[in-house]
Design a binder for this molecule. Structure first.
Ligand code: GRF
Length: 202
């Protein structure tokens, strides 16, 4: 399965996918890595792996819609079967989602529908939950609202800071994302309303 990965930061989730994809049995070819900004470690990780990269910055376009169209066209050029948001910090608009309807997966560092948005880890910590985690979901027009594919839980510790908690979540998140993308690549999947079934067993 041809996959384009979108990043905005350190790219450790991307790195986990790159490492997994080195094994042909995993069934995934990362054909490109895209970002909304330059100079991030996520792009450096792709370059070190010899994977083509591209950057589409909002400020280079007249408005958000034009950016969304430009990003979709860049991604489309690589003819992906699946697009994976791995720490991508922009909301994908109608133009993008229309072109890749139902084939965009995102990972979020909280147990959706709790704590959506850009500060899921800090919000969970501030709320005082005892258990949080991460979610892999298909992207729809909302913010972190699409059908859920998989979730992993992480205990919150009294000594946790946002950083220590996020680091522990990311250990689970990387494993979750590698498992999800690999299963989507090797097995079929169906989405019935909000219910996702991967593989025959579901
Ligand atoms: C991940 O936890 C992702 O869910 C969140 O930001 C983090 C990105 O980490 N949006 P990395 O760039 O993959 O290391």
């Amino acid at each position: 399965m041809r996959v384009v990965v979108l990043v905005s930061g350190g790219g450790t989730n991307l790195q986990a996918l790159v490492d997994a994809a080195a094994d042909p049995a995993y069934g995934v070819q990362i054909v490109a890595v895209g970002a909304d900004r330059d100079g991030i470690e996520g792009l450096a990780r792709a370059e070190r792996a010899g994977i083509p990269t591209f950057v589409v910055r909002v400020r280079d376009h007249r408005d958000r819609v034009a950016w969304d169209v430009a990003l979709a066209e860049e991604v489309l050029a690589f003819e992906p079967d699946l697009v994976v948001g791995a720490g991508f910090m922009k909301i994908l608009g109608a133009a993008f989602l229309t072109r890749f309807d139902g084939r965009v997966v995102n990972t979020h560092p909280a147990l959706l529908p709790s704590f959506p948005g850009a500060h899921g880890v800090a919000d969970a910590l501030a709320y005082g939950v005892r258990v949080t985690g991460c979610t892999a979901h298909f992207v729809d027009a909302g913010v972190d609202t699409g059908p859920i594919i998989a979730q992993r839980t992480v205990e919150v510790r009294d000594t946790d800071t946002e950083e220590s908690l996020h680091d522990r979540i990311k250990v689970e998140e990387r494993a979750m994302l590698v498992e999800v993308v690999g299963r989507l690549a090797r097995e079929s999947w169906t989405v019935d309303g909000r219910r996702v079934r991967v593989g025959v067993a579901g």
